[in-house]
Design a binder for this molecule. Structure first.
Ligand SMILES: Nc1ncnc2c1ncn2[C@@H]1O[C@H](COP(=O)(O)OP(=O)(O)OP(=O)(O)O)[C@@H](O)[C@H]1O
Ligand SMILES: [Mg+2]
Length: 297
């Protein structure tokens, strides 16, 4: 079942087109990574999903209901964490967590205590005294202690230290194991790689790539390191070979996956002593799209 779906979703602010026909799908039990450079339209998409902004055209649905007109119903089943959490300054963190829970019509459970402990949060402080990271923790504890079916997370770990980033990742994986669905917008590509089943890359209001990480990797290059008996030559002239760098005995370069066979045959003529290959990272893929943008500019 589709937990979240947008069809041809568009949003204009005056003459500026922030979203230009966005199609997204998140299935039940799936963690979907939503990535793209600053200003690409991630938060705008999320604001439409939350019913804060009205789409110019197209539609956005969660649980088969319309994000704008059925917002009240939808909100009972979602939890949202923004990247810049603002809280009521005079309430303590604990009070805010409880307020979110009771607003949702749910009971305060022991999950709350466990999460407060795991995120190492002091719930007795007034919100105005919390650091940025601690405000994020208040929102994360509220979200993960809820029994939401869909988590909408917009750069939820901004300001968290690496230890807390780890706790966050565990919480997402636990939610996934419990059959929950997650839309995770993030600039931390290692986080997306670890957590997400599928990824959508947005740029200038359009989805330019989407699929599972394996599918996306087919579009990308493999990183190779080779050492050969004889000095490797002509590598630069090969189709699909990039970034050739000689490092002492070894040569490192990238190869388009479809040219791999061809290139390995060539290398083997020089007597392979060592061959290391690493799959392309999401970062490589992302940077390539980002570079394209710079070239086109
Ligand atoms: N209320 C608004 N009025 C006018 N333009 C807006 C408004 N909200 C967003 N925009 C513009 O829409 C574009 C998309 O912004 P958005 O906040 O969705 O980007 P983002 O992908 O979330 O970026 P970031 O990674 O920096 O959070 C930007 O160019 C932004 O300036
Ligand atoms: Mg944003």
């Amino acid at each position: 079942m589709k937990m979240l779906e947008t069809n041809n979703l568009s949003k204009r602010f005056g003459k500026f087109t922030a979203l230009d026909g966005i199609n997204l799908e998140v299935s039940e039990g799936e963690v979907f990574g939503f990535i793209g450079p600053n200003g690409a339209g991630k938060s705008t998409t999320i604001r439409i999903l939350l019913g804060i902004l009205k789409a110019t055209s197209g539609d956005a649905k969660m649980f088969g209901k319309d994000a704008w007109s059925d917002a009240v119903d939808i909100h009972k089943r979602i939890a949202y964490v923004p990247g810049d959490v603002n809280l009521w300054p005079n309430l303590t963190g604990g009070e805010v967590i409880d307020l979110f829970t009771t607003l949702r019509g749910a009971k305060i459970t022991e999950k709350r205590e466990q999460l407060i402990e795991r995120f190492d949060l002091d719930p007795r402080k007034k919100c105005r005294a919390y650091s940025k990271g601690n405000r994020q923790k208040v929102a994360l504890v509220s979200a993960f202690s809820s029994d939401a079916d869909l988590f909408i997370l917009d750069e939820p770990t901004s300001g968290l230290d690496p230890l807390m980033e780890q706790v966050f990742q565990e919480c997402v994986l636990e939610a996934k194991l419990a059959g929950k669905s997650v839309l995770l917008s993030s600039h931390i590509l290692s986080e997306v790689e670890k957590l997400c089943d599928r990824v959508g890359i947005i740029r200038q209001g359009k989805i330019i790539e989407s699929g599972s990480l394996t599918e996306l990797r087919h579009l990308t290059r493999t990183n190779l390191l080779v050492e050969t008996k004889e000095r490797l030559s002509d590598l630069e002239d090969f189709k699909g070979v990039y970034d050739v760098v000689e490092k002492e005995e070894a040569v490192t370069f990238q190869v388009d996956t479809e040219e791999l066979d061809h290139v390995i045959r060539h290398i083997s003529k020089f007597g392979i002593l060592k061959l290391e290959s690493a799959p392309p990272t999401l970062e490589d893929l992302f940077m390539r799209h980002y570079e394209k943008k710079v070239e086109n500019a």
